[in-house]
Ligand binder design. Structure first.
Ligand code: GCU
Length: 512
């Protein structure tokens, strides 16, 4: 009953809010299915037929290619250190002033889309501050909301959902790893036994008010409390002896962490592309071919999260990293590449659209991303999966840039490329080898800028992948394949000391 009336009053207030908006003053919000939106983009691009994506299942009749000897149809990658007019890039100045902007232009236009010029401002608010214990580590957890100014198009509302968790037993400000995922309080503080008594007393009174029959029932069971007191350390005791989670490892090493919800920035589906931050900027209309896709939008949201962190004195904003796995591994790499204030990235199992070369035909291919998940990318990217169109047929080999250059955009900042193994579920589909080749090739940009790369040559066609569990962790550019599945958790115990070393961070206990 209580819950019901709460829900009712929330929905009534939402209706009231909506009623205040005179929607006739704004362009009507376009509602497309993903198929309609894809078709709309195809029409804008002059595409009649797209190449059909192949199946990830190796034994399916239409299985994707898993034969290494067929995986490199165009082995020559676009040069990292040669400008468009053929000059060798020999100095950091040439990189920053000429070559990097050239790569960014093509990477934005053809692959991930451009950030619009008129993105509205985000206003951050700390909604809840909670003092908790994660394991034995005292932390402060802040639930944050980033409200995007929607005064130009109030039919769409975007509120970025984020959680910051910082250890209180070390001297701050601390480095922080921002992770794409579901924000939640790690271990919400529970009322004391004393407070709980009062809560139960009042709660019983409220229930009796709601239904007087309850008085008699409560009198029958005088020792009964409807709300149970939870021992705050019970969960901790249960986890004893288990491997510490990634976030527990971060806190134990004196790092803080942030979780940021990608879906609160941009929905993870094509039908949502006229909504979320992309839809808000486009006033509810479909995208143009070089507009940003969801990966760029998620990365933009992460950068706005970093804006908040720069204002929080608990955080060392010069030591903020970005992390994600799978589609969020792609988003993390895009964020690190385009937002230079991120000092470090942990790029987990990112595959095609992430660290893996687009030109590689092994497992997930360009046409997988130009089909179902086209909205991750710029509309222009669909051209590279066109079978019939006004411009003929294009493949990944026609892309002017590739993922080794995306990794190069991160240089000289700390970039850790992480994978698991197919035997444990980090599927072959992801093409670990294609990511290794890109990481090897990207090394030349790191060296030009005075950083260390993987410590092997940059000859991506001849360098062999190191054995599983033997990471290449001596440079600012790092690689490690753990022996687990589709996760980066087993690499945290290597990532944290590697990042701390290069960021020159040493945990110092807080004075009590
Ligand atoms: C699919 C998709 C991948 C993606 C993955 C995920 O497998 O093809 O590109 O990385 O989903 O995000 O889980």
């Amino acid at each position: 009953m209580v819950v019901f009336s709460l829900v009712l009053s929330i929905s009534l207030s939402l209706i009231a809010q909506e009623q205040k908006i005179d929607s006739s003053k704004y362009l009507p919000l376009v509602t497309f299915t993903a198929e309609q939106d894809h078709e709309n983009m195809n029409q804008q691009l002059g595409i009649k037929v797209c190449v059909l994506a192949l199946s990830g299942n190796e034994s399916a009749p239409n299985a994707a290619n898993y034969n290494e000897s067929l995986a490199n149809p165009c082995p020559q990658l676009p040069e990292i250190l040669t400008t468009k007019n053929g000059k060798k890039v020999t100095t950091p100045e040439m990189w920053w002033n000429v070559r990097r902007p050239e790569i960014i232009e093509e990477m934005e236009r053809e692959v991930y889309g451009r950030l619009p010029e008129n993105i509205p401002a985000v206003k951050w608010e700390v909604e809840i501050t909670d003092y908790e214990y994660v394991g034995w580590t005292p932390v402060v957890a802040k639930k944050l909301v980033g409200r995007v100014d929607n005064s130009k198009y109030p039919l769409i509302n975007v509120e970025i959902d984020m959680m910051l968790v910082v250890p209180r037993n070390v001297k701050g400000p601390v480095p922080v790893l921002m992770m794409f995922g579901r924000p939640s309080f790690p271990a919400p503080a529970q009322p004391s036994e004393e407070d709980m008594k009062l809560i139960n007393k009042t709660f019983k009174k409220a229930l009796i008010n709601e239904d007087p029959q309850l008085k008699e029932i409560f009198e029958k069971y005088p020792a009964y409390d409807p709300l149970k007191w939870e021992n705050p350390f019970a969960a901790m005791m249960q986890r004893r002896g288990q491997e510490p989670s990634s976030t527990e490892q971060l806190l134990a090493a004196g790092w803080g962490y942030v979780t940021i919800d990608p879906n609160s920035i941009q929905a993870d589906n094509g039908a949502g592309i006229t909504r979320g931050i992309i839809g808000l900027v486009n006033q509810g209309q479909p995208r143009k071919p070089d507009d940003w896709g969801a990966l760029r939008a998620w990365a933009w949201g992460a950068a706005r999260g970093l804006d908040y962190l720069e204002t929080d004195t608990l955080v060392d904003a010069k030591k903020v990293g970005i992390e994600g796995v799978s589609r969020y591994g792609k988003a993390a790499l895009v964020a690190l590449a385009f937002e230079q204030r991120f000092a470090v990235g942990l790029i987990g199992s990112s595959g095609k659209g992430g660290a893996t070369l687009h030109r590689r035909v092994f497992g997930e291919a360009v046409e997988s991303l130009t089909g179902g998940e086209y909205y991750w990318m710029a509309g222009n990217y669909i051209k590279y999966g066109a079978e019939e169109s006004t411009f003929g047929r294009k493949t990944g080999c026609d892309l002017p840039v590739d993922s080794h250059q995306l990794i190069a955009l991160c240089a000289p900042r700390l970039t850790f490329v992480s994978y698991g193994i197919p035997e444990k579920g980090d599927a072959k589909w992801l093409d670990q080898k294609g990511s290794f080749m890109a990481t090897v090739a990207a090394g030349s940009a790191f060296k030009l800028l005075g950083a260390k790369d993987l410590g092997v040559s940059n000859d991506y066609l001849s360098e062999e992948m190191p054995p599983v569990l033997s990471g290449l962790l001596d440079g600012e550019l790092a690689w490690r394949q753990h022996d687990g599945g589709h996760t980066d958790a087993p690499n945290f115990e290597f990532f944290i000391p590697w990042a701390s070393k290069f960021l020159k961070y040493e945990k110092v206990p807080a004075r009590r």
